[in-house]
Design a protein around this ligand. Structure first.
Ligand code: ATP
Ligand code: MG
Length: 384
């Protein structure tokens, strides 16, 4: 009896004419996620089957599939030929030792001599005869034995539905540039946008030697974890050391973060346009900290020339973000205690509601364009 994995996809079925393209991307993403493991992916009446894998790899395969966006649910099933004896012996294998159950049959093969109800009754009856510790309860069963009769003379028997990652296949919604710090929020923001089908490139700003090499490694690790959901990513690393020194030297220190944010946005937009990214993504959450006010966002948005800025966490509380961070596996890395560049020259009283006119007055003290150009020269791009 062969084990297979049934993959049911999420919203792709809603897409009209583009559906073929969505599905092709979806399969490519599954292939990437299962790279290095023996398997075959086949389309099977509105779903996919993963077959011909090594039985010992099954847990690894399931772990990886959990991270593939576009999967609504999946089940491990036994594949047998569609005759009642084979179906019964598979059903026996997936049947619990005791408890209440029902059998549910889906019959795509309309030539099969029994209808769905009759198949369920027949297999249910045989199971009852085989094990006295189980009882039928069609309304509130403790487990369900599903029988899926395919058109090609095979039947799939399974007892569990696992929830998939949901969302849309990565790279069906364009590409975004995630401003990734070493914190908790930005990886979660990237994950949320990737879930809606966007490929993610990352950009990180550091102030070496004020920030250390461990901070960089931490961000590389975060990008690596994120990349397991995004079918890979690139990490662009840019130094803002001189920018911060110049702000520190020439401007009112209370504007450090406000001004630095504007530089980050300018640089991120230029790198994004060069990489073909169509938006910027940040991990800002409204009112989470002093710099994340709507006035702060107005100030940083106003230097962006072409791209929209997505801030998927705006409506989230910190504890909700932490919960997600734990769920996606970035939390433990995010809380490692290395400094972000935002903590360098940290003002005692950062402006919380910057007025654009005041910000621009401070910014006049700097040669913005040459600082941006200089920072761009430090750009390093790593494939993760
Ligand atoms: P995070 O947990 O993502 O660091 P945070 O709550 O610490 O967020 P801030 O430090 O104010 O918030 O940063 C807000 C957003 O600005 C971050 O989510 C990120 O998108 C961007 N950002 C901050 N620092 C950096 C950095 N060094 N490199 C790239 N982007 C950054
Ligand atoms: Mg931060």
């Amino acid at each position: 009896m062969e084990k297979v994995i049934i993959i049911r996809y999420a919203e792709i079925h809603l897409k009209g004419k583009n559906r073929g393209w969505f599905e092709r991307v979806f399969v490519v993403n599954m292939e990437k996620s299962l790279k290095g493991l023996k398997h075959e992916i086949r389309r099977h009446s509105g779903r996919y089957l993963i077959e011909n894998f090594e039985e010992g790899d099954i847990q690894t395969i399931l772990e990886r599939l959990k991270k593939v966006f576009g999967i609504h649910s999946y089940s491990v099933a036994l594949k047998v030929s569609s005759d009642l004896d084979s179906i019964f012996s598979a059903a026996k294998q997936v049947c619990f030792d005791e408890g209440t159950f029902k059998v549910e049959t889906h019959r795509a093969d309309k030539t099969f001599p029994l209808n769905s109800m009759q198949i369920s009754a027949e297999i249910g009856g045989r199971l009852l005869g085989d094990n006295r510790k189980i009882k039928v309860d069609v309304h509130n069963p403790q487990f369900v034995i599903n029988i899926d009769l395919r058109e090609n003379g095979t039947a799939l028997i399974f007892n569990e539905f696992f929830k998939g990652a949901g969302g849309m296949p990565v790279s069906t919604s364009g590409k975004g540039m995630l401003l990734i710090s070493g914190g908790i929020d930005s990886p979660v923001a990237g994950h949320m946008i990737a879930k809606r089908g966007m490929s993610i490139d990352c950009i990180h700003f550091h102030s070496y030697p004020y920030t250390n090499i461990q901070a960089r490694e931490k961000v590389m690790e975060l990008a690596k974890i994120l990349s397991t959901y995004t079918c890979g990513t690139t990490l662009n690393i840019v130094s803002v050391t001189h920018i911060q020194e110049e702000i520190h030297r020439k401007c009112n220190g209370d504007y450090m973060i406000t001004l630095l944010r504007r530089f980050m946005m300018r640089i991120a937009e230029r790198v994004a346009l060069k990489c073909g990214a169509q938006c910027l993504i940040t991990g800002e959450a409204l009112a989470q900290v002093a710099s994340q006010t709507v006035e702060g966002m107005t100030s940083s948005n106003s230097v962006i020339e072409k791209l929209p800025v997505l801030r998927p966490l705006c409506g989230f509380d910190k504890d909700e973000i932490i919960e997600r961070s734990r769920a996606i596996g970035t939390y433990e890395t995010s809380i490692e205690p290395y400094e972000d560049c935002c903590t360098v020259f940290l003002p005692k009283h950062p402006v919380t509601r910057p007025k654009i006119a005041d910000v621009m007055e401070e910014e006049k003290k700097l040669d913005v364009e040459s600082l941006v150009e200089e920072a761009l020269k430090s750009l390093e791009t790593l494939n993760i």
